[in-house]
Design a protein around this ligand. Structure first.
Ligand code: UD1
Ligand code: MG
Length: 447
């Protein structure tokens, strides 16, 4: 039987290098705050208790932790990573399983990697640390390994020349039985170059007790910590790459994957084709076999099986495009449903509308849904035909199979199968043009 698991997420740091009014861990990757990636990671690896450690200057971090149903602990003032974990002790009261420490600014770590760290404890280690070997070991804490076991972690500032030459470094992820972790933290002092209580000191303390510590090797790309906007962009690029590859593995065709931007909750079905330069905001589902043509922007919408979107389409929240329906170029759809096979092929705004199956909406059609005070609905019946350049002034209902004449302003409901003409009647004046030209030429000559 594996021991119960818990996670402590450290997010009380200042994040000064972001140069931002927004706390660092609230900056987004894949359209989701970095802190939520860490919480999600903890849960995916079976943490039954999750504690978010936040600072006084970033109460929003605590609030987001609570919104995600984690326990929270305030660290005020921040005195180092070891102190941060200690601040979570009362939130961890009564928990006797294994605890893992994660950071709120490392959004790319996978559950498989965290699983390896917990597994090391389950195989008998008292402490397990996730290490990696970066191209440039920079100022990371160095992992001192002796006879295959982790002997201690030396922070860069405190390291000797010899220790600084070690290429295997600390990612920050560390796991131990919770009770042991807090016991060891009680012995940590701030007698070091930074004057901080280092979490990393628990490794040396455990070794002194004859306990076994191990380092698990991870991948540099996963443990990337975000400290600046440049790191943030790198994390985003890396996340997007991973997500696009997942989509392709699941049977989605991306013609130019590097130009498609996906959100954390995007759902894309099998045999969907996505052309270049498509952006998925949050809350999008695309069902099997749909095609999203180039330069389309989608958020908060559903594209049903076999529908055909774009190029240059904009689907806004609440758009629900039915099976086999078609939304063409420069068509914007908001809070509207399209029935099976319905079409709006060119240049239209369809907002707050229900469009029946197989209805055809001509180019230039606008639903006039807003009167400056409220939004009103337009209902277009099955098989209705909306002539080009129509203004449908909501609330209004166009019946099943009805037609509206091109250029019409439709203010009254249209019965089923009727033709609505909402435009001025055309008048032809025979022979008018030559008379006009002659008059104008004469006037010009007289000037
Ligand atoms: C830490 C590790 C180092 C490791 C590196 C990986 C220690 C002593 N050092 O160093 O070995 O190589 O991470 O990136 O642990 N935080 C708090 N409260 C604090 C201080 C930090 O919550 O008082 C949080 C920060 O918000 C951040 C994380 O802990 O999420 C790491 O803090 P940071 O100051 O970046 O540690 P490093 O110096 O990078
Ligand atoms: Mg750091």
């Amino acid at each position: 039987m594996t021991a119960p698991r818990a996670a402590i997420i450290l997010a009380a740091g200042l994040g000064t290098r972001m140069k931002s009014d927004l706390p660092k861990c609230l900056h987004q990757v894949g359209g989701r705050p970095m802190l939520e990636w860490s919480i999600d990671l903890a849960r995916k690896t079976g943490a039954e208790r999750v504690v978010t450690v936040y600072g006084r200057i970033s109460p929003q971090i605590g609030e987001l932790g609570e919104a995600n149903k984690t326990l929270t602990a305030l660290q005020d003032p921040p005195l180092g990573t070891g102190h941060a974990v200690q601040c979570a002790e009362s939130a961890m009261a009564g928990f006797t399983g294994n605890a893992i420490v994660l950071y709120g600014d490392t959004p790319l770590i996978t559950p498989q990697t965290v699983e390896k760290v917990f597994a090391a404890l389950e195989l008998g280690a008292s402490i397990a640390v996730l290490g990696f070997t970066p191209e440039d070991a920079g100022a990371y804490g160095r992992l001192v390994v002796k006879d295959g076991l982790l002997d201690r972690i030396v922070e860069f500032k405190d390291a000797s020349e010899e220790e600084r030459a070690i290429g295997f470094v600390n990612s920050g992820v560390l796991a131990a039985p919770a009770l042991l972790l807090f016991e060891l933290l009680g012995e940590v002092t701030n007698d070091n170059a930074n004057g901080e209580y280092y979490l990393t000191d628990v490794v040396g303390l455990a070794r002194k007790r004859g306990l076994k510590a191990v380092a698990v090797e991870g991948d540099e790309a996963e443990v990337l910590g975000v400290n600046s906007r440049i790191d943030l962009a790198e994390a985003e690029a890396s996340w997007q790459r991973r997500r696009r590859e997942d989509a392709m593995r699941e049977g989605v065709t991306l013609t130019a994957p590097e130009t498609v931007f996906i959100s954390h909750d995007t759902v894309i079905g099998r045999d969907v084709i996505i052309e270049p330069n498509v952006v998925f905001g949050p809350g999008v589902t695309v069902e099997d076999g749909a095609v999203i043509h180039a330069f389309s922007h989608l958020e908060g919408c559903v594209v049903r099986a076999g529908a055909d979107i774009g190029p240059y389409a904009r689907l806004r929240p609440g758009a629900d495009i039915g099976p086999g329906a078609r939304i063409g170029n420069f068509v914007e759809v908001k809070k509207s449903t399209f029935g099976p096979g319905a079409k709006a092929n060119h240049l239209a705004y369809i907002g707050d509308a229900d469009v029946g199956a197989k209805a055809n909406i001509g180019a230039g059609t606008i639903t006039c849904n807003y009167d400056g005070f409220g939004k009103h609905r337009t209902v277009i019946g099955e098989g209705a035909f909306i002539g080009s350049n129509s203004s449908l002034v909501a609330p209004v209902t166009i019946g099943n199979g009805a037609y509206t004449g091109s250029g019409g302003v439709v203010t009254d409901n249209v019965p089923d199968d009727a033709l609505a003409l909402g435009r001025a009647k055309q008048v032809n004046k025979d022979g008018w043009a030559p008379r006009f030209r002659a008059a104008m030429q004469k006037r010009k000559a007289e000037r």
